[in-house]
Design a protein around this ligand. Structure first.
Ligand SMILES: NC(=O)c1ccc[n+]([C@@H]2O[C@H](COP(=O)([O-])OP(=O)(O)OC[C@H]3O[C@@H](n4cnc5c(N)ncnc54)[C@H](OP(=O)(O)O)[C@@H]3O)[C@@H](O)[C@H]2O)c1
Length: 243
């Protein structure tokens, strides 16, 4: 019988889905939408404080596993824990990321540059590496990363973030080519500003109606993971909204 919250667009009832960063603002919406589509969802989290909300919203349908995705040992442990329990990962949605902006290249500190490269790019490399190995041997897999509109074109005072998200697009293209004969799809989305609590706090005078709603991005992610999108791989989807 279908889940009572069933999403009538997609049915992922036989799919094992790992969402890294699934407790964040966008990640929790993607997690919820996959659950409504009857998927088995495992979400990684990083900070204990962030898990409370998602546990209340989605309990008991999501399994939460703590992992620092910029540490290869922790990534390996996360992936093997899931494989031991479920046997495979069909879909990986990597939502891990962070933004540091407001400084020129001349003002930016080395450690701020490193944080952006690690949390936005190294994380994507490590989780892709360990999940794709299993997907290649299963001859099935969907991988979605979250880049940014700034990965296409910097607006200034965002060099480290824009460079990391641009690098992510190249990583996606490379992995898509490497897995082209393995029945896999590897893509990313490039959102503009998302309507999150953090953004509302940072930009209180903005028109929030012009911002992307997390659920609209979640629907794009689910489409990319569906069989309807099986011909799309290596793409960076411009999810800039219509406003
Ligand atoms: N918000 C926007 O306007 C916007 C626009 C374009 C693109 N994006 C991208 O969209 C994605 C989600 O953004 P968001 O606004 O939802 O951000 P968010 O709420 O801060 O979520 C980011 C997620 O990444 C996790 N994370 C950070 N560092 C980690 C690490 N070392 N190991 C494991 N997990 C880690 C966080 O976990 P903890 O909270 O537990 O640390 C959190 O779940 C990011 O990749 C972001 O760059 C956002």
């Amino acid at each position: 019988m279908a889940n009572q919250n069933s999403n009538n667009r997609h049915n992922f009832s036989n799919k094992i889905v790992l969402i890294t960063g699934g407790t964040g603002a966008l990640g929790s919406s993607i997690t919820k939408t996959f659950i409504e589509s009857n998927a088995t969802v495992i979400s990684s989290y990083h900070n204990d404080k962030e898990t409370e909300k998602i546990q209340t919203d989605t309990k008991p349908t999501v399994q939460l596993i703590k992992a620092n995705i910029i540490n290869e040992e922790e990534v390996e442990k996360l992936v093997s824990e899931i494989l031991d329990k479920y046997g495979r990962i069909d879909i990986l949605v990597n939502v891990v990321g962070a933004f540091r902006g407001g400084k020129t290249v001349m003002e930016l500190e080395e450690k701020e540059w490193d944080i952006m490269m690690n949390v936005n790019l190294k994380s994507a490399f490590l989780i892709s590496k360990h999940v794709a190995r299993q997907m290649i041997s299963s001859k099935y897999g969907k991988i979605i990363h979250v880049s940014s509109r700034l990965g296409l074109h910097s607006e200034g005072r965002d060099s480290a973030y824009a460079a990391s998200k641009s690098g992510l697009i190249r990583l996606v293209e490379s992995l898509a080519e490497e897995t082209r004969n393995s029945n896999m799809n590897v893509n990313c989305i490039m959102p503009s500003i998302i309507d999150t609590q953090a953004n509302r706090k940072a930009m209180p005078n903005a028109d929030f109606n012009k911002w992307l709603k997390p659920v609209d991005l979640a629907n794009v992610v689910l489409f990319l993971c569906s069989e309807e999108a099986k011909t799309i791989t290596g793409a960076a989807i411009p999810t800039f909204g219509v406003a």
